[in-house]
Write a protein that binds this ligand. Structure first.
Ligand SMILES: Nc1ncnc2c1ncn2[C@@H]1O[C@H](COP(=O)(O)OP(=O)(O)OP(=O)(O)O)[C@@H](O)[C@H]1O
Ligand SMILES: O=C(O)[C@H](O)[C@@H](O)[C@H](O)[C@H](O)CO
Length: 178
């Protein structure tokens, strides 16, 4: 199973996804690690990525997801995946993709970005992220409010995953042989 933890900058993708991976005893990928140097420099200079920048990055993330999916290994990935088309690239040929959308007030997102140190992403780019964000609809997704503390968010994700992966109920006796 692949669990994608997504949302705009500062929503807590890295924090929540890494805690979740620990809780599930699974692999963890922070998609920001796969940005090339040019993309990181671009964002650090206050310029938002465009779709040409994102395409090879999304493909590189997808390759990691596919390896884990093919090996039937659980992987939790923290990735902004703002547009539906981004999630379509990530989910290509992946049997079990679960999407967790960390949603929250823009003011809180901005505050969390500003509080952070040693990160390439400037708060000034948040407006661009929110402008292109397409919240998941009709995808297998759980929406959570980032106002809650990380452990509470992680427990809600664990409960939701358990429900989503529970096998279908066995047929009752009447169904058998009919
Ligand atoms: N639910 C939460 N409650 C309080 N603080 C949080 C919560 N989630 C994350 N944080 C803190 O907010 C800041 C931003 O979180 P984090 O870096 O995980 O966000 P992100 O979505 O990965 O951001 P980016 O996409 O820019 O890398 C961090 O300092 C983190 O510790
Ligand atoms: O698609 C994008 O615009 C980028 O991936 C950003 O989302 C950053 O990587 C991230 O949010 C900062 O960590």
């Amino acid at each position: 199973m692949i669990v994608l933890v997504m949302g705009a900058a500062g929503c807590g993708k890295s924090a929540i996804a890494s805690l979740l991976a620990e809780r599930l005893d699974s692999a963890f990928l922070d998609a920001d690690r796969l940005h090339d140097a040019a993309s990181k420099a671009k964002m650090a200079a206050g310029v938002a990525l465009d779709e040409d920048d994102r395409r090879p990055w999304l493909e590189a993330i997808h390759a990691v997801l596919q390896q884990h999916s093919a090996a039937a290994q659980t992987l939790v990935v923290a990735c902004s995946a703002l547009r539906r088309s981004h999630r379509q690239v990530l989910g290509r040929n992946i049997d079990e993709l679960r999407v967790v959308f960390l949603d929250g007030d823009p003011e809180l997102l901005a505050r969390r970005i500003r509080q952070r140190h040693e990160h390439f992403f400037p708060a000034a780019l948040l407006a661009d992220q929110l402008a292109i964000l397409e919240p998941p609809t009709g995808e297998q997704a759980l929406r959570l409010d980032i106002g809650e503390p990380p452990p509470a968010l992680v427990e809600q994700i664990v409960d939701w995953l358990a429900l989503a992966t529970r096998p279908p109920a066995a047929p009752n006796r009447q169904d058998i042989g009919q």
